[in-house]
Design a protein around this ligand. Structure first.
Ligand code: CMC
Length: 388
């Protein structure tokens, strides 16, 4: 025993078979169920993409109406969630609250569920997609000291979320269609990405037969790290620290210096070695959204200069490091008045569609068995415990 293939970071191991998302990292191709991300970004909506990821096909009009109505009617939270959120410190990080709140869904819905039943599994997936934005808004409002708000069932998914976040009692909230469209598009681009760290975590937990709420809470935990979904928050912090275009070159130099421990956040990707197709879409969108919203953000200038400086630097060229999906997303979120500590939560809302789709696929898979990697042992050989 002990002679296993050492695959640090799983760069060469397929952990499962999956029919959901396809990535060709060299060609910069990303397909959800066979459909190119560029076409989905242009022609679809996030909720339609969620249906597609879960079910494998684009919904008919009737199928979509039923799905949307189910998601809408599951958007409300049990009132006990209000008491739960009250227990968090006033400045708790929203991702910390998200982990706890999502995990706690198992305490509301687990006892009477039988995951042998495909309909119960589907219902759990719907509940997660429906309630994640409501939970996110509740966490945000707790953090800023606002009263909780109920989701408005007369609004569609993204507008319902924006309303839930920003509604002030008894004041009408003007929802900007440009903002809603931008957020919907960001959600589409973040909805799935095959076996990334958080989805692999969801699948590993799912392989043990744990309930779907526990699986998704573990996905949130994995997403939080700055090497993964936490990067969008880290990018904005980095751009603010750089501050002006004249400081860009020294940031690039620092990122090249391994001793510094500093990396350009929003740069590089495990799979994309040519370009990240999502970044390409977001880049164009950033100009348009800022322009349409009439927002001028000097950080956009810093980001553009940073991208330009890195892309002509040998260090980044040789290592095939390009801006990834998170490089520009934070600038858009900021233009939508979403604060930086909520950026990774935004990613989690979108990725929930992918997580539940992978969980459903795994639970349907007759080949599913518990994920149990081996190791290369580097510790002491057998030795006798000292007599004392
Ligand atoms: N800045 C400076 N150097 C970098 C960077 C960076 N952002 N990313 C990678 N490198 C260097 C790294 O030091 C290494 O150099 P060398 O070969 O000389 O040792 C080489 O490039 C390869 O990097 P790696 O860490 O072995 O690559 P990886 O595939 O393990 O990591 C990554 C991928 C995304 C974690 C990494 O590029 C990174 O830390 N980027 C910054 C964080 C980030 O933006 N993450 C979001 C990823 S996209 C959204 C998502 O799906 O979560």
């Amino acid at each position: 025993t002990g002679h296993f293939t050492y695959d640090n970071g799983f760069t060469a191991t397929a952990s499962c078979r999956s029919a959901i998302t396809y990535i060709d990292g060299d060609a910069g191709v990303l397909l959800y169920r066979g459909y190119p991300i560029e076409q989905l970004a242009e022609k679809s909506s996030f909720l339609e993409v969620a249906y597609l990821l879960m079910n494998g096909e684009v919904p008919s009009k009737d199928e979509f109406a039923k799905f949307e109505s189910e998601v809408t009617h599951h958007s409300m939270l049990n009132e006990r969630f209000k008491q739960f959120v009250e227990g968090f410190h006033h400045d708790a990080h929203p991702m910390a609250m998200m982990m706890g709140m999502l995990g706690s869904m198992a305490s509301f819905y687990h006892n009477n569920l039988d995951y042998e039943d495909p309909e119960q599994r589907r219902l759990a997936a719907i509940r997660l997609i429906a309630k994640v934005p409501t939970i996110a808004a509740l966490c945000y409002r707790h953090r800023i000291g606002w009263p909780s708000a109920y989701p408005r069932n007369n609004l569609e998914y993204v507008n319902r979320f924006l309303h839930n976040m920003f509604e002030v009692p008894s004041e009408p909230l003007d929802l900007n269609p440009v903002a809603a469209k931008a957020l919907d598009l960001l959600f589409i681009l973040h909805a799935d990405h095959e076996q990334n760290a958080s989805t692999s975590t969801v699948r590993l937990v799912g392989s043990t037969g744990a309930n779907p709420y526990a699986c998704v809470a573990s996905g949130v935990a994995a997403l939080w790290g700055p090497a993964h979904g936490g990067a969008n928050e880290a990018v904005l912090k980095m751009l603010e620290e750089i501050g002006t275009a004249s400081n860009v070159q020294s940031a690039v130099d620092k990122a090249k210096d391994k001793e510094s421990g500093f990396r350009l956040m929003g740069f590089g990707h495990r799979v994309y070695k040519n370009f990240d197709p999502r970044a390409k879409i977001i880049r164009e969108m950033t100009y348009k959204v800022l322009n349409d919203l009439g927002v001028q953000d000097p950080l956009l200038d810093v980001a553009m200069k940073l991208e330009e400086a890195a892309l002509k630097d040998d260090y980044f060229v040789q290592r095939k490091l390009y801006p990834n999906v998170d490089f520009y997303s934070g600038i858009i979120y900021k233009a939508l008045n979403i604060p930086a500590e909520m950026f990774t939560v935004m990613f989690a809302i979108a990725r929930t569609a992918g997580w539940v789709s992978h969980w459903l696929e795994q639970q349907n898979d007759p080949e599913n068995k518990i994920g149990r990697p081996r190791q290369v042992y580097t510790g002491a050989a057998t030795r006798d415990f000292p007599n004392r």
